[in-house]
Design a protein around this ligand. Structure first.
Ligand code: A3D
Length: 313
């Protein structure tokens, strides 16, 4: 059987962490692609040299040449500029749009059958751009944000209740930003909704910490942004794609009217398998949740407007 191949565009903190976790979980042969001369080759070789001691049977490599995309089953796009303290996600938009557009053009030309998992911020807008530029079926282009936002929410809940983190399942929808929509009703500890376990005030506090989760880490690191939990979140999605796990995860999908939102990219629950985004689950939202999701979609549309003004779309 042919071994799966993942190409990770952008060999920075998130890209290298994704590659390391793909190695540790033996998911696929992996190539890191970056514009910095020698860096992806160095990280690729360093990773490869750990395979004997880790007893992992995967090949790891690095390249400055987008030709290395050839044969990739999944392309993870992490190339871009990371958010700096005090910088809003939207400040990143123009710079990262140029980088993602170029990467997506290469994917279209060199890996026309691949799934694309976008990580570059602002996430929902960049995923929409990658979808437009590749022209791929919307099932094949997805963004990673909801898994990260949900694992953060789950972690905060687990600490608050002093229960095992693995027993908490959280659901966070919407755009990856200040307008994300944590859903306490659909967040459970071994099936028990947290609304039965925690007071409204505490839930509101944990939801806000989740919304600020990225900024909290940026402020602590002083340089760069989170990469361990983002790396784990990307690998969960890649594994589900390549192993046809059919996991139901929150992810950024191109919507065509689901949740009443046409032509936008937004975080929704999705089933991920060998067909890509095989299904989008439409939850029955309350009026307040619906309004919050719509506000989130409008924030993404603001970013799309900037892309149009600057002729990226
Ligand atoms: P960083 O460590 O700076 O890595 C980015 C890499 O991209 C660098 O090595 C650059 O050299 C490389 N790069 C720049 N331009 C190109 C290009 N044209 N082709 C190939 N490589 C290029 O950043 P990071 O890894 O911490 O973050 C990467 C991106 O992911 C940023 O946009 C972050 O904001 C974003 N991010 C998103 C999430 C989400 O949950 C959505 C989480 C964490 C990071």
């Amino acid at each position: 059987m042919k071994r799966a191949k993942v190409a990770v565009v952008g060999a920075g903190n998130v890209g290298a962490t994704v590659a390391h976790q793909l190695l540790m979980h033996e998911v696929a042969d992996t190539v890191l692609i970056d514009v910095v001369e020698g860096m992806p080759q160095g990280k690729g070789l360093d990773l490869a040299e750990s395979t004997p001691v880790e007893a992992r049977s995967v090949l790891m490599d690095g390249s400055n040449d987008y030709g290395a995309l050839a044969g990739a089953d999944v392309v993870v796009i992490t190339a871009g500029i990371a958010r700096k303290p005090g910088m809003s996600r939207d400040d990143l938009l123009a710079t990262n749009a140029g980088i993602v557009k170029a990467a997506a053009e290469h994917v279209k030309a060199k890996a026309p059958n691949a799934f694309v998992v976008v990580v570059t911020n602002p996430l929902d807008v960049m995923t929409y751009l990658a979808w437009k530029v590749t022209g791929f079926d919307r099932k094949r282009v997805l963004g990673m944000a909801g898994v990260l936002d949900s694992t953060r929410f789950a972690y905060f809940v687990s600490r608050e209740l002093n229960v095992a983190a693995r027993d908490v399942q959280a659901m966070v929808l919407g755009g990856h930003g200040d307008t994300m929509v944590p859903l306490p009703r659909y967040t459970t500890v071994s099936g028990i909704p947290i609304t039965d376990l925690l007071g409204a005030e505490v839930i509101a506090k944990l939801s806000q910490r989740t919304r600020d989760g990225g900024a909290e880490i940026v402020a602590l690191l002083k340089q760069g942004s989170a990469f361990y939990a983002p790396g784990s979140s990307v690998v969960a999605m890649v594994k589900s794609l390549l192993r046809d796990e059919k996991r139901l995860l929150p992810g950024a999908a191109i919507l065509a009217g689901e949740y009443g939102e046409p032509d936008v990219c937004l975080g929704v629950p999705m089933v991920i398998g060998e067909g890509g985004v095989e299904r989008i689950i439409e939850l029955k939202l309350g009026a307040e949740e619906k309004a919050a999701l719509h506000k989130s979609a409008e924030a993404v549309r603001d970013g799309m407007k900037v892309l149009k003004e600057r002729q990226f779309l």
